[in-house]
Design a protein around this ligand. Structure first.
Ligand code: XUL
Ligand code: CO
Length: 439
């Protein structure tokens, strides 16, 4: 098999002073932080769709990048094979240990679903061979239930029972392939599970049908030996005006309502968090406090734009607070999937590598900083002390569930008046963060 990225060798760690654009400055896979190697803290994954598929087409213009990888024609099985070759060479050279895929990222979709499924069987045999050869693993799989026009009214939330069956068929096959490839997780991103207007929508029925589909997926997945986590990847909008899995809190409520919370966790995407009007950290914390922080789609949005730009992460404040949450939560069951694409004018093979180097370095810096924050202890100590009044006296009674409203009312009356609580010290804490990050 001939090399695709010919002038690019293995990407190595060279340290912060390196000026080599094709080297890691901060991601040093073997470096031990808080007792674990960097590569263990940061199980990175390549998103098949962006890295091997997205070639720069947007609403106003066609491809700027060549992602044929040497195939004569795109959208053929020959091209699908080339994408596998390119993907594995790419991951190997960067030291990325995982990949994530949609069914139709792997093969061109045929008119007849039986042929699409046959193609999936064929390509997954080839992928399996590459996995054995390289040791690269599958993080998660998913079914694309948003691109094909049949899903215009949704997949689980569609108004057509026939379309619902096609959604089921795609999930079944995507689960088969995920299990065949030993995937750790299976993702539901409800791109079309939402609505444009309630004038034509039965919200309750649609949500119940989504739950029915998810339950069938869990039953089937467990029956074929899938032991990993199912994930919901919340996103508030785009492509739909309103999506049912708006944010982590909404998705967690939905899962609990339908008894799916034991099988599902969250796959939190940074850019989806900001679209929902939350910080990335908020979505991670919400998932973590509910015991549902599973995996991360590692990217970054542009706050000046109202859509999902899927940029490679480079904001180190964001990756720092992300890693702080991840470490505090005891790590992820999944990993860090770069659901990110190079900007349209960054159209060379070299740009693909430099984008991943940027993202991996940004997360390595985030990890280094988060460990320093935890080791420094001032921020954690502050938060702990802030609630000290609940560790004794009347506060302790409240926490222990031993107080009544009447008793608390009588206590307040016995005091007559109270002081305002202690300062939140936000500016001091932000200063501490800066002094830790830039020392
Ligand atoms: C879309 C998105 C998807 C999911 C998988 O915004 O993030 O690519 O990650 O379907
Ligand atoms: Co995503």
């Amino acid at each position: 098999m001939s090399e695709i990225f010919k002038n690019i060798g293995e990407i190595k760690y060279e340290g912060a002073a390196s000026k080599n654009p094709l080297a890691f400055k901060f991601y040093d896979p073997e470096r031990v932080i808080l007792g674990k190697k960097m590569k263990e803290h940061l199980p990175f994954a390549m998103a098949w769709w962006h890295n091997l598929g997205a070639a720069g087409t947007d609403m106003f213009g066609r491809d700027t990048a060549d992602k044929s990888f040497g195939a004569d024609e795109k959208g053929t099985m020959a091209h699908a094979y080339k994408k596998v070759d390119a993907g594995f060479e790419f991951m190997k050279k960067l030291g990325i240990e995982y990949f994530c895929f949609h069914d139709v990222d792997l093969v061109p979709e045929a008119e007849d679903i039986k042929e699409t499924n046959r193609r999936l069987d064929e390509i997954s045999d080839y992928i399996l061979g590459k996995m054995k050869e390289t040791g690269i693993k599958c993080l998660w799989g998913t079914a694309n239930m948003f691109s094909n026009p049949r899903f215009m009214n949704g997949a689980g939330s569609t108004s057509s029972a026939e379309v619902f069956c096609f959604a089921a068929a795609q999930i079944k096959k995507a689960l088969d392939i995920t299990v065949k490839l030993g995937g750790k997780g299976y993702v539901f991103w409800g791109g079309r599970e939402g609505y444009e207007t309630l004038l034509n929508t039965d919200m309750k029925f649609e949500q119940e049908n989504i739950a029915r589909l998810m339950k069938m997926a869990v039953t089937y997945g467990r029956s074929i030996g899938f032991i990993g986590d199912f994930y919901i990847e919340p996103k508030p909008k785009e492509p739909m005006k309103h999506q049912y899995d708006f944010d982590a809190a909404t998705a967690i409520g939905f899962l609990r309502q339908h008894g799916l919370d034991k099988d599902f966790k969250m796959n939190i995407e940074a850019n989806h968090a900001t679209l929902a009007g939350h910080t990335f950290q908020h979505e991670l914390r919400t998932s973590a406090v509910n015991g549902m922080l599973g995996s991360i789609d590692a990217n970054q949005g542009d706050l000046l734009l109202g859509w999902d730009t899927d940029e490679f992460p480079f904001d180190v404040y964001e990756t720092t607070m992300c890693m702080y949450e991840v470490i505090k939560a005891g790590g992820l069951t999944g990993g860090f999937n770069f659901d990110a694409k190079t900007r349209r004018p960054s159209n060379t093979y070299e740009d693909m590598f430099e984008a991943f180097i940027l993202g991996m370095d940004a997360f390595a810096l985030g990890l280094i900083n988060a460990a320093k924050i935890i080791e420094d202890g001032r921020i954690d100590e502050f938060v702990k002390n802030k609630y000290a009044s609940f560790s004794e006296g009347i506060g302790k009674k409240i926490v222990d569930g031993e107080a009544t409203l009447e008793e608390l009312s009588a206590y307040a009356e016995s005091l007559g008046k109270t002081d305002i609580p202690c300062s939140g010290k936000q500016e001091r804490l932000q200063g501490i963060l800066n002094s830790i990050m830039f020392s």
